[in-house]
Design a protein around this ligand. Structure first.
Ligand code: GLA
Length: 348
């Protein structure tokens, strides 16, 4: 096990460090303090070569100016909040509307743009902390948030999130890594195999706002209960949900979620043979297929990020739940701890 730390750059006068975690098998994770971003993840493929399975950026300029949330930690509230507002105990809070000027997306971008402070917490883990001031992007509470990245010798990357607020508030933290299990520069992800353990997903309108909490996946392109290629039904525009999401950009409701770690998805790169299993304590996972990438943004090694060059499995509570507080727990009292865990486990 080894951890290294080095200077990555400087953002508005603040030094930004990068850390590398390496396990005994040679698997490596690189995380930078800006956005507590998972920048690179080197996993062994079937030919014995280590390949980087994350698309995204490899310069500070890329991370700050071109980022489509690639690899970042998203908060204070991941995913969308309708109309950029919600209420707690009769008090209405107005948020930054950074999605089409009508919706709050990914908390307005505060946590993902911030420089977090990274520290080594053991010989195989790093903790990144961030303090969000009361009222930032409209969210109540001074919030102390942290994410711990741990790389085990079993090739698992474990992300453990904690947050605590001095006022009643809403919290939903996730990581927005974009995976291509064939390697970041190996074309689209349409031939990846995917299985998602969900009987229901959350249908959305044309602005990606939930229409209701749950709709059955049965007989729809959203049925991933048995493994299928990501590309099989992705262009089935007879399905209004595929049309509304411009592909997959939906929350899946994880079967039998009970707050303990559950496997919610298993994906496999068709060329690399790399399998990734996603486990989480959270009730939902947003499956997003890079529908808005169109090659205009340059990513790692200045190569364009093309449509569907990667996919996300963002573990979370359900989108817009601050406006549907009976859907799942998303409101936290003053001093009540928010806690969640997500594991990305790799094998061949
Ligand atoms: C999330 C959203 C998508 C998109 C990406 C970032 O996954 O659900 O609609 O906004 O973030 O581009």
């Amino acid at each position: 096990m080894a951890i290294t730390k080095s200077l990555y750059g400087e953002l508005n006068g603040v030094k930004v460090y990068t850390f590398t975690l390496e396990n005994k098998n040679g698997m490596k994770a690189e995380i930078i303090e800006k956005g507590a971003t998972l920048e690179k993840l080197f996993v062994k493929d079937k030919n014995g070569n280590f390949i980087d399975v994350l698309s995204g950026h490899d310069t500070l300029e890329g991370h700050t100016e071109r980022s489509d949330y690639q690899g970042v930690v998203v908060g204070q509230y991941a995913n969308r909040i309708k109309g950029g507002k919600f209420s707690i105990d009769g008090t209405e809070y107005t948020l930054t509307k950074n999605d089409n000027g009508i919706t709050c997306l990914h908390g307005g971008g505060e946590y993902s743009s911030a420089v977090w402070t990274g520290t080594e917490t053991s010989d195989k883990s790093l903790t990144f902390t961030y303090f969000s001031k009361d009222g930032t992007d409209g969210f109540p509470g001074n919030v102390k948030a942290s994410v711990t990245y741990e790389l085990t010798d079993n090739d698992e990357l474990i992300l453990a999130y904690n947050a605590i607020s001095d006022k009643k508030t809403v919290i939903n933290l996730t990581n927005h890594a974009y995976f291509n299990l064939n390697g970041f520069d190996s074309g689209d992800i349409l031939d990846h195999d995917l299985q998602i353990d969900a009987d229901y997903f959350t249908p959305i309108d044309e602005t990606s706002i939930p229409l209701k909490m749950a709709e059955a996946v049965n007989n729809t392109p959203f049925d991933f209960r048995t493994t299928k290629k990501i590309g099989k039904d992705i262009n089935n525009t007879d399905c209004v949900q595929i049309k509304n999401g411009n592909g997959y950009d939906h929350n899946f409701i994880i079967n039998d979620s009970d707050g303990t770690l559950k496997t919610c998805a298993v994906a496999k790169g068709d060329k690399s043979g790399i399998t990734m299993e996603v486990k989480t304590t959270l009730p939902g996972v947003q499956f997003y297929t890079g529908n808005f990438l169109d090659g205009t943004i340059l990513g790692k090694q200045e190569k364009p990020l093309t449509k569907r060059c990667s996919f996300c499995l963002e573990t979370q509570v359900f989108p817009d739940s601050p406006n549907h507080q009976d859907w799942c727990k998303c409101v936290y009292d003053k001093d009540e701890e928010y806690k969640s865990q997500t594991v990305f486990a790799f094998s061949l």
